[in-house]
Design a protein around this ligand. Structure first.
Ligand SMILES: C[S@@+](CC[C@H](N)C(=O)[O-])C[C@H]1O[C@@H](n2cnc3c(N)ncnc32)[C@H](O)[C@@H]1O
Length: 350
């Protein structure tokens, strides 16, 4: 939609000052203007109970951060400083303005689903930031380094898993060699994120095991494009995948009975650590009904029975690992708004 520049920038400022504002990105150069910076990112931050607008200006070499009083004229001055492309995201809408060479403003609006986060130091908030290059390679983020709405749940699941991986490794000396296997690795998102994150501290070799040859091909390309070394994918069923010299086993949403195959793999290998997030509970193995029937009201309500059977399945999976010499805890690793399959079975070999 064509607007005057004044109208488009006034709306941009109003959106930044609203209390559903999430972030703004200013890039490109308007004809005849020379903004001092290549890019400016704005976002709300809460400091000592007051919401300010944090500006991070990038000149091609360094970032310059300032916290601006929203009631001052600074926000409008930034918008007027000569950028050609402006994106302003709220929790529900993305407002985009492009100022053309003819000095016309083309404005557009699309739907998004974002959370407004007011913590001061955003880098601490996510283990791998949204604009990390691997998320672009995986197709999770757009060209501005923002995670797309369609990938946000997966991004948060991965972030939460990375948070759990780190404290589990405190007994392993930094710089040690680690061999990680990600069972049922799918399109490689978790595999690549864990590999990238742990490579900062350890000498890591990572193998993704996946039985779907198309996904193996795709994941191999993603690994190559990511420029990370020491990561590869093999086409194999979990039951027949090589088990030698493994330190950490991951299995995120390995479907059908693959979660049980992953537990067999953990027990048979010499893995020290297992992080397993079960998926659909097709496995209703021996003893599951018996455990669920221990609940006196079992058998009365279909949905309650289903959930009891699911929980009994996961409790028995944890027990199998315990009996095989692991210390086990079962935790909710991410809120159920991000995935209904949100229990993590964590096992550390005793
Ligand atoms: C829901 S996806 C999860 C992928 C990935 N772990 C993630 O969380 O993004 C399940 C994957 O498990 C793979 N899979 C299922 N059973 C398997 C088995 N027995 N051996 C290897 N891969 C298996 C499927 O091909 C599919 O790619």
């Amino acid at each position: 939609m064509k607007r005057t520049i004044e109208e488009a920038l006034t709306e941009a400022r109003d959106r930044i000052l609203r209390d559903d504002f999430v972030r703004a990105i200013l890039t490109g150069r308007r004809k005849g203007k020379s903004p001092e910076f290549q890019r400016i990112d704005l976002r709300p931050v809460e400091i000592k109970g007051e919401v300010l607008i944090q500006s991070v200006a990038h000149d091609g070499k360094k970032d310059f951060t300032k916290n601006l009083d929203p009631s001052s004229s600074h926000v409008r001055e930034i918008l007027d400083s000569g950028f050609a492309n402006i994106i302003i995201d709220s929790t529900t809408e993305s407002y985009q303005v492009q100022i053309t060479k003819k000095e016309e403003a083309i404005a557009g609006l699309s739907k998004v689903r974002l959370e407004r986060v007011l913590v001061h130091d955003r880098e601490k908030e996510r283990v791998l930031p949204e604009n990390h290059p691997i998320f672009r390679t995986l197709g999770f983020s757009d060209s501005s380094g923002r995670i797309k709405a369609t990938s946000r749940d997966k991004y948060i699941q991965i972030d939460q898993l990375l948070r759990i991986v780190e404290p589990t490794l405190t007994t392993i000396a930094s710089g040690s060699r680690l061999r990680i296997v990600d069972l049922a690795s799918g399109s490689a998102a978790l595999t690549l994120a864990v590999h990238t994150f742990l490579s900062e501290k350890f000498e890591v070799e990572t193998i993704g095991v996946e039985r779907n040859p198309d996904l193996v091909k795709k994941a191999t390309k993603v690994a190559k494009d990511s420029d990370q070394s020491g990561i590869r994918f093999i086409e194999s069923d979990i039951a027949t995948a090589p088990r030698e010299g493994i330190d950490i086993v991951l299995a995120l949403h390995a479907c059908d009975t693959a979660t049980d195959d992953a537990i067999d793999f953990v027990i048979a290998s010499k893995a020290k650590i297992a992080l397993i997030v079960p998926c659909c509970q097709q496995s209703r193995g021996e003893g599951v009904e018996e455990v669920a029937r221990g609940f006196p009201l079992f058998g009365r309500d279909g949905i309650v029975d289903e959930r009891l059977l699911d929980l009994a399945t996961d409790a028995l999976r944890g027990e199998r690992l315990r009996n095989a010499g692991f210390s086990v805890d079962i935790v909710e690793f991410v809120g159920d708004e991000h995935t209904a399959r949100n229990l993590l079975i964590r096992g550390v070999r005793r």
